[in-house]
Design a protein around this ligand. Sequence first.
Ligand SMILES: [Zn+2]
Length: 362
Amino acid sequence: MVQPGDTAGRIAGRFGVPEEALYEANPFLKQGTVIVAGLQLQLPLPQNPLAKPNSADITKRIVQASHDYGYPDLCYQIARLQRLYPFIWCENIGRSVSGRAIHALRIGQGDKAVQINASFHANEWITSLLAMRFIEDVARSLSLGEKLLIRSEGEELDIQALSRQVTLWIVPMVNPDGVELVQGGVGKTHPRYAELKRLNRGSEDFSEWKANINGVDLNDQFPAHWEEEVSRRGHDGPGPRDYPGLAPLGEPEARTLYEFTKEKQFATVLALHTQGEEIYWNYRGYEPAAAEDLAGKLAAASGYKAVKLEGSDAGFKDWFIQEFGRPGFTVEAGLGVNPLPIAQFDKIYANIQQLLLAAVKL
Ligand SMILES: [Zn+2]
């Protein structure tokens, strides 16, 4: 079933089939033609991709970095991961403005809960793929009884032992409507076409859009000196970035993360953003004494720089640190101009995998 914003290239990438084979299986489909959402296509697959796995399947990757990574890809991959690794639990923890489910994936059953979230910002969607690849790596190692090496510490991490100590929660796409907007734009038939184009200063190119679909920056929505963030931003209304909204937690995506985080009582949280190869670890002195040291470990693992940040409020990690006095980190993955190109994925993931392994172990 074609999803909004789909192109033949994206569909082919999602299902791991050659684009040419997709045209052959659907002769009415021609390269460059618009594909209407809701249309059923025939997939040129030798077998049902959701069929029961055998152990050989585990060595193949489900989370592939072949194309721009959107919400339909995410939903499809969650289903495939769960089929292959039935111990991955998936919960819908809330809904976006446009009604898309916000997923949280759980793996492990330890007392210590760790949260990794991604794509708070729309044009940082490559972080969703980073988070998904990480849960696939952890699931695969758990399944095969393999250890994963943290190079900076020279330590082989026993994932099965770790899964008895830690419960890892991954929220892979906090802002699915925004991601969809960045990748697919808005067609003239979109009910908010005129409004969104105006908020985007007349442009139909949404690649610089960070906010949710209401034009509110979800990482400026948290009750941590929010009023100061409002006056600092000096923003007069919704737009592609930096507008904190009319009230903290006014947007459903921010409210969802807030409720979820309060409920699960996390020991540590990590929010994945792009870009800069930096790790932000402090907030107005509310952070625990060990935070700087912990950030140093994450920096050593990833090759990123631990940075003490001032002059920023109302972010998710700011609120987490202030509310719970526990370590929270914002990680700026990769280097370049957002949205970072998919071609950089493997290079970025190599560092982020090390960082996340070190964080889960902290
Ligand atoms: Zn960001």
